[in-house]
Design a protein around this ligand. Structure first.
Ligand SMILES: NC(=O)c1ccc[n+]([C@@H]2O[C@H](COP(=O)([O-])OP(=O)(O)OC[C@H]3O[C@@H](n4cnc5c(N)ncnc54)[C@H](O)[C@@H]3O)[C@@H](O)[C@H]2O)c1
Length: 251
C-alpha cells in the first residue's frame, strides 16, 4: 500500500542527496512531487526518474533566498496540482570547518540566508496554502541544531534557528491541522559531506563514524524514510518535534 496516494509534495534541495532520495520515495509512495532546486539539470534528472517509474513530478527553479521564488514555488504547485499537502524544506549549505573567529561575516550571512531564511521564505507561503485543509511540513535541521559542532558555528546557529522556527510555527498552526516537524540527520553520505568541494576530509568522516553507535555514516535513503513517516498520516500526533536520525551520535 502506498501511504501518500493523492497527496502533493514540495521538496526543496531535491536535486541531490537527502532531498533527491526523499523526492523519489515520496513519488513511489503515490505523491505528486514538485522537485525544487537551483540545480536545473540535476533536478530535471530527478523528474525524469520519477516519470520513468510512472509517477508525476515537475521541476521548479528555486533559490530559497528569494522570497519571490518561494512564492512562485507554491503558486505553481497550486496551479499545476490544485493542492499542497506536504513540504520538505531541505535546501541547505555547509562550509569547510573553521574556528568561530575566522568564519567571517560573509560565511555567517550565507549560512543564515540559505539554511534559515530559506526555510522561513518557503514556510510562509506553504502555511498560507495549507491553512485551509491541513498538511505536514518537515524542515531539515541537523544534529547541529540540537548540540554544538566544532568548527561550524554559523551552520550550527542556522540549524538551531530552524528548530526554533519549527517549534514556534507548530504551536501556531496545529489548530489548522498543519503539523510541522524538524528532521535532524547525523553524518549522511551525500555531496555535502562526500563531494569534492564539501570541506570534509577523511579524518573528519572517520571521527564522525567513530562517534556513532552504529559505526557508519547514514544514507540519504535512511533520511527519506523518516521524512516519509513525518509526511504521512501515520505520524498524525507528531508536531513541533525534532526527529534525530544519526546512528546514535547524540546518544
Ligand atoms: N549530509 C549531511 O551529513 C547532513 C547532516 C545534517 C543535515 N543535513 C542537511 O540536509 C539538507 C540536505 O543536505 P544534503 O546532504 O542532501 O546536501 P546536498 O549538497 O547533497 O544537497 C543540497 C541541495 O540543496 C540545493 N541548494 C543549495 N542552496 C540552495 C538554494 N539557495 N536554493 C535552492 N536550492 C539550494 C543544492 O543545489 C542541492 O541540490 C541540508 O539542509 C543539510 O544542511 C545534511
Amino acid at each position: 500500500m502506498t501511504v501518500l496516494q493523492g497527496k502533493v509534495a514540495i521538496v526543496t534541495g531535491a536535486a541531490s542527496g537527502i532531498g533527491r532520495a526523499t523526492a523519489l520515495l515520496f513519488a513511489r509512495q503515490g505523491a505528486k512531487v514538485v522537485v525544487a532546486d537551483m540545480n536545473e539539470s540535476a533536478g530535471l534528472e530527478v523528474v525524469r526518474l520519477i516519470e520513468q517509474e510512472g509517477a508525476q513530478a515537475f521541476f521548479q527553479m528555486l533559490d530559497v533566498r528569494s522570497e519571490e521564488n518561494c512564492a512562485a514555488l507554491v503558486d505553481s504547485t497550486l496551479q499545476r496540482y490544485g493542492q499542497l499537502d506536504i513540504a520538505l524544506n531541505n535546501a541547505g549549505v555547509f562550509a569547510a570547518p573553521t574556528l568561530t573567529e575566522d568564519q567571517g561575516l560573509a560565511l555567517w550571512q550565507r549560512m543564515l540566508d540559505v539554511n534559515l531564511t530559506g526555510v522561513f521564505n518557503c514556510m510562509v507561503h506553504e502555511l498560507r496554502a495549507m491553512k485551509a485543509r491541513g498538511g505536514s511540513i518537515i524542515n531539515t535541521a541537523s544534529v547541529a541544531g540540537i548540540s554544538g559542532t566544532y568548527g561550524a558555528a554559523a551552520y550550527c546557529a542556522s540549524k538551531h534557528g530552524v528548530i526554533g522556527l519549527t517549534r514556534s510555527a507548530a504551536l501556531e498552526y496545529g489548530k489548522y491541522g498543519v503539523r510541522i516537524n524538524a528532521l535532524c540527520p547525523g553524518l549522511i553520505e551525500t555531496p555535502m559531506t562526500a563531494g569534492p568541494d564539501s570541506g570534509f576530509n577523511e579524518k573528519m568522516i572517520n571521527a564522525g563514524v567513530k562517534s556513532s553507535a552504529l559505526r557508519r555514516q547514514g544514507t540519504p535513503e535512511e533520511m527519506a524514510e523518516m521524512a516519509l513517516w513525518l509526511a504521512s498520516d501515520r505520524s498524525c500526533y507528531a508536531t513541533g518535534g525534532q526527529f534525530v536520525v544519526d546512528g546514535g551520535v547524540s546518544a
